[in-house]
Structure formats: structure tokens, C-alpha cells
Design a protein around this ligand. Structure first.
Ligand code: SF4
Length: 251
């Protein structure tokens, strides 16, 4: 695959769903071999090797970025070792947003576990409808599978990215830039919103195909909607953040 026109930093504000990414041939960290790998077959040692390789690749990219910006990499590493990390005390509103995300993750983990058989049964019945030639059965089946995959992909990422956005906002380096849209915190908030919006659409689709699940799905939607309101309030400038590639190229 040709990677001659790489988009710097594109991987910082994406959803890491590389196989579906329209820019994977322009991303520094995309590795087609990762997509072919069956992770359920990988043993612990191989997994650690993979993580180490990814970490080294990322450190290399950071070093290149530091060199390009005239920074002394060795000094940066030495300074980082001196820093004592402390958990920042978060403002109440920020804590609440993180708690909502964490509750959502727990709630969805449980729902997916409790209803795995119902999900399978729904898929089987949709396939039977396709075999019977029922109108729109094919579309419903694709829509259902995509919706379940989306929920599965985003439910934990929402919390991870929101935590990053909030800790950025509470760090000394970014707090001063609070009203400036192009901060890492706003970028993370923007991508969190994107995950939330995709999850809301996915739940609405699942609710149509699994009407018996309407009530628990309403609970998930309520959490997502409350999170969305909090993010709007905490990161008022997040929409103006420009994501490299995704917001700078017309597909
Ligand atoms: S930009 Fe695309 S290819 Fe690169 S890490 Fe993100 S999703 Fe994967």
C-alpha cells in the first residue's frame, strides 16, 4: 500500500477502526498486517511483543515530531522522568461527566453480556427473513449488524477519550488555552462527541429491531444524552477543532 502522502497526526483524533478508515493508506501507524491478525489466536508473549512494537513506533514518531520542531528529545525524556504524576482534583462538573461515561460503559457491558443470546437469536431470525424473501430483510440485517458492531466498538472508547479530554483541560499546559479551539482536549472532546452520536444512532436502530429492549436502551440513550450536554458545556469550542485529515479533506 502506498503511504507517500501521510497526514501528520491523523491517528490522534480517529476512532481506531482502521479497517473502515478512509485514510488508512495515509496514516503513519496503520499496519495492514494488524487487520489480518486473529487476536483470539495470539498468545500472551506475542501480544506483549505487539504492544512493545506499537509503543516503539509511537515513540519514534514523537521523536521525529520533536526534532522537526527544534526540541531536544533527550532533554524531553530526561524532564519527563523528573515529573511526579499526580491525579488532578477535577471540578465537580468534570467528575460528573466522567462518572456518566463510566456508568455507560458498565451498563452496556452488562447489557451485551446479558443479551448475547437475544442478539444471536435476532440475527438468526433476520437471516431467515432474508431466505423467505421478506422485503427489506437484507437492509435490516446489515443495519442490525452494523449497529451492534458500533455499540461494541465505541462504548469503552467514549470513557477513555472523555477522560483524556478532561485531564487535558485540567492540565497546566492546556488550561491556559481554554478558549482556543485547537487544543488536544478539544480534539478529544470532539471525537468523544462523534462516538456518542454514532452510538445514539446505533441504539435507535437496535431498538427498532429489538422492540423488547426499548426500556434498557432508553437508559443507555439517557446516559449518552446527559454526557452530550455536559461535553457541550465543558468544551464549548470543541466543534471548531479541526481534525487532521477527517476535517481537512473532502472524501
Ligand atoms: S487514522 Fe485511520 S488508519 Fe490511522 S489509526 Fe486512525 S483509524 Fe486507523
Amino acid at each position: 500500500m502506498c503511504k507517500k502522502e501521510l497526514i501528520p497526526g491523523i491517528f490522534n483524533y480517529c476512532d481506531r477502526w482502521c479497517e473502515r478508515c478512509p485514510f488508512n493508506n495515509r496514516c503513519e501507524i496503520f499496519d495492514p498486517a494488524d487487520q489480518e491478525k486473529d487476536w483470539s489466536e495470539v498468545d500472551a508473549n506475542e501480544f506483549i511483543e505487539e504492544i512493545t512494537a506499537t509503543f516503539e513506533k509511537t515513540m519514534n514518531l514523537l521523536k521525529i515530531e520533536a526534532d522537526a520542531n527544534g526540541m531536544n528529545w533527550n532533554q524531553l525524556v530526561a524532564d519527563a522522568k523528573e515529573v511526579e504524576l499526580e491525579e488532578p482534583v477535577l471540578p465537580k462538573d468534570h467528575e460528573k461527566a466522567v462518572t456518566l461515561a463510566s456508568n455507560y460503559r458498565r451498563q452496556v457491558t452488562k447489557w451485551l453480556k446479558d443479551h448475547s443470546e437475544d442478539i444471536k437469536a435476532t440475527t438468526v431470525s433476520l437471516v431467515q427473513e432474508i431466505d423467505l424473501g421478506i422485503e427489506y430483510a437484507n437492509e435490516n440485517n446489515t443495519q442490525f449488524i452494523n449497529a451492534i458492531e458500533s455499540i461494541n466498538w465505541y462504548y469503552a472508547l467514549i470513557e477513555a477519550k472523555l477522560r483524556r479530554a478532561i485531564s487535558g483541560l485540567n492540565s497546566d499546559s492546556e488550561a491556559e488555552l481554554k478558549d482556543f479551539p485547537q487544543t488536544h482536549a478539544n480534539g478529544c472532546a470532539k471525537i468523544t462527541m462523534l462516538f456518542i452520536n454514532k452510538s445514539i444512532c446505533a441504539w435507535e436502530e437496535i431498538s427498532q429491531i429489538m422492540p423488547a429492549q426499548k426500556d434498557p436502551i432508553l437508559d443507555h440513550l439517557a446516559l449518552l444524552s446527559r454526557m452530550r450536554t455536559k461535553i457541550q458545556k465543558i468544551f464549548p469550542a470543541h466543534e471548531a477543532f479541526i481534525r487532521p485529515g477527517f476535517d481537512t479533506f473532502i472524501l
